[in-house]
Design a protein around this ligand. Sequence first.
Ligand SMILES: [Zn+2]
Length: 372
Amino acid sequence: MTARQAAATPRQGPASDRSSATPGAASASVMTVLGPVSAADLGIVLPHEHLLCRVYRPADQGADERFHERVTLGNLGWVRQHWASNADNLRLTSERLAIQELQRFKDAGGGTLVDLTQDGIGRSPAALARISRATGVHIVMGCGAYVAPTNPAWIATATTGAIADRLVAEANGGVGPARIRPGIIGEIGCSWPLEAVEGRVLVAAALAQARTGLAISVHPGRHRAAPPQIVERLAAAGADLSRVVIGHLDRTVQDLAGLVEIARSGPYVELDLFGLETSYYPWPGVAEGLSDARRLILVRGLIEAGLGDRILLSHDICTKHRLARYGGHGYDHLVSNVLPWMRDRGFDEAEIDLLFRTNPATMLGSHGRLRT
Ligand SMILES: [Zn+2]
C-alpha cells in the first residue's frame, strides 16, 4: 500500500464500523460499463465526472482570439481564468490521456467513477469500457439528455413516454454493439428558464426510474430557483426523491440555508466542483467561484443540520486545465488533497466514510428492478 492509498483507507474503529453497516447499500447492485457490481464493493466513489466529453458552450464563443489556441503552458494562466472561452480546453477526446488521468485516482485509493456524459456532448460507451479495463476503476455510465441545444434531433419531438422507453431500453438492453448498460439516469440537463423539452426529459427520467430503479442526477439551470422547480417536477412525476441528485449546487445555491432547504425536500445535494477555485465564474452574475475550504464549511454545516446522508462530493472534470497533464488537480484531488484536509479540520472517519463511500453507494444501488 502506498502512502496515498493509506491516506484514503478509513482508519479502523467503532465509528467506521457503524457507518459501513448502513442498511440497503450492501445488498444492492450497481450497473457498471463492465457489468453489475455489488454496491458494497464500489470503494471511494466520484459521483459526477466526465472522462471523454465535448462541453457545450453557448456564450462568448470565439470572442477572444485565444478561443482557437491549443492549451499550452504559454496560455495556461489565461485558460485557468477563462476556462470556458477556449475551444481546446473544452474537449476531452484522448482515451490514452483519460486512462493516465484516471489511473491517478486508482493509485490514490479510488474505486469508482460515475461518468455523466450524454449523447450530444460525447458519450462513448465502448471507450468507457476500455478505460475501466485498463485502470481497474469501476465506471458507471449515464443516460438521458443534457441541456436542450445539445440534444439529438429525435428528442425535440418525442413524448415523455417515448423518451422514458428509450431510457428503459438502454438500462435493460445496453447501448451499441457491446450492449453497455447505463447505471444511472443523468446528467439530465436543465437550463434557466427551463426549456419545454428539458421539462419533458425530467418527467421521462422519473418514469424510467420507476421502471428501472436507477438513480437520477440533474444539472440544474444557473439560478437558485432552478433546484426547487426541478424537485417539484420530479416529485409530481412520481420520482423517488431519495435517489435524486441535484448537482452543481456549489455554483447555484452557495449559502447553507439554501442547501439545507433543498436537502430537506428530499434529494442529495451535490457539491461537485471541488478543485475549481477561480473567483471569477464565466457566466457573469450567476455565482462567484467557491474555494474548497468554503465548500468544506458548507459540508460541515449540512452535517450539523443532520443532513450528512444527503451530501455527495465530486469534481465534474470536463476541461483540460483540470487534468494533471495540464497542471490541474486531477481526478485524485478529493482523495489526495481534500480528504487529508478534512481530517485536519476535524471530520471523523465515520463522516469521511459516509461522504466518500456510503452515500454514493446508496444513491447508485438499485434493488432488483434491473434485468441482469
Ligand atoms: Zn457534469
